[in-house]
Design a protein around this ligand. Structure first.
Ligand SMILES: [Zn+2]
Ligand SMILES: [Zn+2]
Length: 763
């Protein structure tokens, strides 16, 4: 039966060879019509036999080019236009291709095959690439994406490369970073004094040095890594000492999936992620046979693993190389990743013994992305290399809305037409370097995306950097969005939820509308607005920030505040070497000196972690909570402690009975795992009880719940709360494409601000 359809494909479908693919596919099914790029993706008109069209649609998703990523395929019937052939036609708007900013992608199998072929002229060449792989975002100076506007402009193509580049039938046709040993970038091995070590084969020499236990800074795609043998205890310890990073887990790069399987459990889903062109770090559960150096991920059940993603990485593992390397971002504490050679030599002096560098300049640094599979779904801890700046499609026109994100784990987000671009992971906006890095990357992406600056969106916290930064830009309007509302709006926008929902937001810290620190919230609302239905009872944080770095202070303060003299005695019994400081804390609390009030999930975890002797001092952000969570098994259901729900103008969750019982359990030497598990279950039960209580009066119509905020990386909370909510008849949504932590704030800010702008226009 003859038929015709219009197809709209959204996602990463431009600049990845999608139109030639559609062209070939249409031909193979004897279909006529057209394909073209438009502002939001690819538009296809097809006519022919209905079964052929159906077969085409099936293959469209299954056989799409490696680098494409289809978010949505929309099909509608069309009148038959009686086309005579199938053709690729001009973009709907001229210059549409200018809008595509391609991502960096792991080297493809075809290139690897050539690289390992002794007869190929790119044999063992560390910069081999093609149209389906290689660096992109990190080397682009200006758009459109074309060699003269990339850092490859300083490498004139040789004849062989040019022939491939210009041949439409070649898989390197218009591969902008095309290169070979004759004409392309080269590696060099450099010593601590930044002097080149003359070498026939710098990569082979690097392998030898790594085998000796040396620490080497290696320039990659998005910046420098610090690297050592992951099975060499001394080397790992040396790296930790030199980097002044006592326990924070280090990521490793394994030669292959089968090597990674020797020390980590890998599901099919996780394997797919590891081998994807985005090549993120995937957080995996350690195997029983785990045999990497203890210092790689001490006290952790999990380990962050990635596979080699640049040809250079692959060469480090060939040539009788090592099977597993520590690969951690090279950045001075709290600063952006190093990506310029001179800066690397300067900052890493005394840390790395050698540098493996190359002369292909990096313009836009990006950190490795970090992902885990949590309760069967994707859970981004960091969305950066390989994913940035892939656009998300928006439900409405968001042109000119630019969200500045949060203070911690900052990202920014830019809207243009019906597309949303989340920028790379910037870091914590807490020093000059990171703030400069933020502005540089924001300015670049703004220029590329070429959208007017209409509305800036910032966090409502009066002391956050973006309050200052936004003043340096010229916006018609500045919109403030409450931190946890942004978390909620992010999850709702990602799942295109309209209408009202319940938001359970568990988080570290965020500025609350009443001036207190929020972070354990039950909201009711949508992108436009929210009502705060319930929260964690506030307790004091004497000394503010100091309580975050030293969770024992927070624990003692909670006990003192919630249980008076009895709490003071318990605190002293649990932290006997802090008796004097505890008296001072009590004084500070009594007099309200330098004390803010907080009700956050992050601080609650910190306190319990300190009380149970897991982490009393945090050497990195989130350490106390992470270490405590490691002790709870999400495949088990623990008995809960008791808690109270307090009803006044707003429902408050009060964990004072639990905290006292935990203190007593600790003094009775109950196991840390049991305490942690029961604590987790209590948090879950308290939230379920609060929702049940709210349901008696308010929630009869809402059946949609979103879970967001950084605490939802926690496997137990996510799994157990999702299950119980579903049992109670709720539809549960979690962030899957955007981090649930503060890396997702800018995306939520944009969604909330867009809703506010729409509402203000309607009035
Ligand atoms: Zn390739
Ligand atoms: Zn060449």
């Amino acid at each position: 039966m003859p038929a015709a359809v219009n197809i709209a494909v959204r996602g990463r479908v431009q600049g990845v060879g999608f139109r030639p693919f559609v062209f070939q596919l249409a031909h193979s099914y004897q279909l006529c019509g057209t394909v073209q790029n438009n502002m939001d993706g690819v538009k296809i008109y097809l006519e022919g036999q209905l079964e052929m069209i159906q077969a085409f649609l099936e293959d469209l998703r299954k056989k799409a080019p490696r680098l494409s990523k289809i978010d949505e395929i929309m099909v509608e019937d069309s009148p038959i236009l009686h086309a005579v052939d199938f053709s690729i036609i001009e973009s709907e708007r001229s210059g549409t291709s200018k809008l595509v900013i391609p991502i960096d992608s792991a080297v493809c199998d075809d290139c690897l095959k050539e690289m390992n072929d002794p007869n190929d002229f790119r044999y063992q060449y560390p910069f081999i690439n093609c149209t389906q792989c290689g660096p992109r975002y990190t080397i682009i100076e200006e758009l459109p994406y074309d060699r003269p506007y990339t850092t490859m402009k300083s490498f004139p193509m040789c004849e062989d490369c040019r022939r491939e580049y210009e041949d439409p039938a070649n898989r390197r046709h218009h591969a902008q970073p095309i290169a070979c040993p004759k004409c392309g970038p080269k590696v060099r091995l450099v010593n601590q004094d930044a002097k080149e070590i003359i070498s026939e084969n710098p990569i082979k020499d690097t392998i030898a040095l790594l085998k000796e236990g040396k620490i080497i800074a290696i320039k990659g795609i998005g910046g420098y890594h610090l690297c050592c043998d992951a099975r060499n205890k001394q080397a790992v310890l040396l790296l930790r000492n030199r980097k002044n990073r006592p326990v924070r887990p280090l990521a490793v790069m394994a030669a292959s999936v089968s090597i990674a399987r020797e020390f980590a459990e890998i599901s099919d889903f996780e394997e797919e992620l590891l081998e994807s062109p985005e090549a993120p770090i995937v957080i995996l559960r350690k195997q029983k046979s785990y045999d990497l150096a203890d210092g790689v991920a001490p006290n952790m059940k999990t380990i962050g693993v990635m596979l080699p993603y640049s040809p250079l990485h692959h060469l480090l593992f060939s040539n009788a190389g090592l099977s597993c390397l520590v690969m951690t971002s090279a950045n001075p504490s709290g600063m952006p990743i190093l990506y310029k050679d001179e800066e690397a030599f300067q900052y890493l002096a005394g840390i790395s013994d050698y540098y493996l560098v190359h002369n292909r300049e990096i313009l836009h640094p990006v950190d490795d992305s970090v992902i885990q599979v949590n309760n069967g779904k994707l859970d981004f801890l960091r969305r950066s290399r390989g994913y940035v700046p892939d656009p998300f499609s928006a439900a409405e026109d968001v042109t000119g809305v630019i969200a500045f994100g949060s203070q911690q784990k900052n990202t920014f987000t830019i809207g243009r037409n019906q597309q949303i671009f989340i920028g790379p992971h910037i870091g914590d906006l807490e020093n000059m370097e990171t703030i400069a890095h933020f502005k540089q990357e924001l300015d670049h992406l703004l220029k590329w995306i070429d959208t007017p600056k209409m509305a800036a969106v910032i966090d409502a916290h009066p002391d956050y950097e973006n309050q200052k930064i936004v003043k340096e830009y010229d916006f018609d309007e500045v919109i403030e969005i409450q931190h946890h509302h942004a978390h909620m709006a992010a999850c709702m926008a990602e799942h295109r939820l309209s209408g009202k929902a319940l938001g359970i937001i568990l988080d570290g810290t965020g500025y609350g509308m009443d001036g207190n620190v929020w972070g354990f919230e039950i909201f009711y609302g949508d992108a436009l607005d929210f009502e705060r239905l319930a929260h964690l009872h506030y307790t004091p944080l004497p000394g503010g920030e100091k309580c975050i770095r030293e969770p024992w202070r927070n624990a003692a303060a909670m006990l003192i505040d919630l249980h008076g003299i009895e709490g003071l005695q318990l605190a002293k019994a649990i932290f006997p070497d802090k008796v004097k400081e505890i008296d001072i804390l009590k004084l500070m609390i009594d007099r309200g000196m330098n004390t803010v009030f907080a009700g956050t999930c992050g601080r609650l975890f910190d306190a319990v972690s300190a009380l149970s002797g897991v982490t009393t001092f945090s050497s990195y952000e989130g350490e106390a909570a992470i270490q405590l969570a490691e002790l709870a098994d999400e495949d088990f259901i623990y008995p809960a402690y008791s808690f109270h729900l307090l009803e006044s103008s707003i429902l408050t969750i009060d964990f004072s009975p639990m905290l006292k019982q935990i203190a007593l359990d600790v003094l009775a030497k109950k196991s840390k795992g049991q305490i942690s598990g029961s604590f987790h279950e209590t948090v879950v039960q308290a939230i379920m009880s609060a929702i049940e209580r709210l349901g008696e009066t308010k929630l009869d119509l809402v059946r949609t719940v979103v879970l967001s905020g950084g605490s939802f990386h926690n496997r137990y909370l996510r799994k157990r709360l999702s299950a119980l909510l579903q049992e109670s008849g709720f539809q549960v949504y979690v962030p899957e494409k955007v981090p649930c932590n503060d890396g997702g704030i800018s995306y939520g800010q944009l969604a909330a601000a867009a809703a506010k702008r729409r509402a203000s226009k309607c009035v």
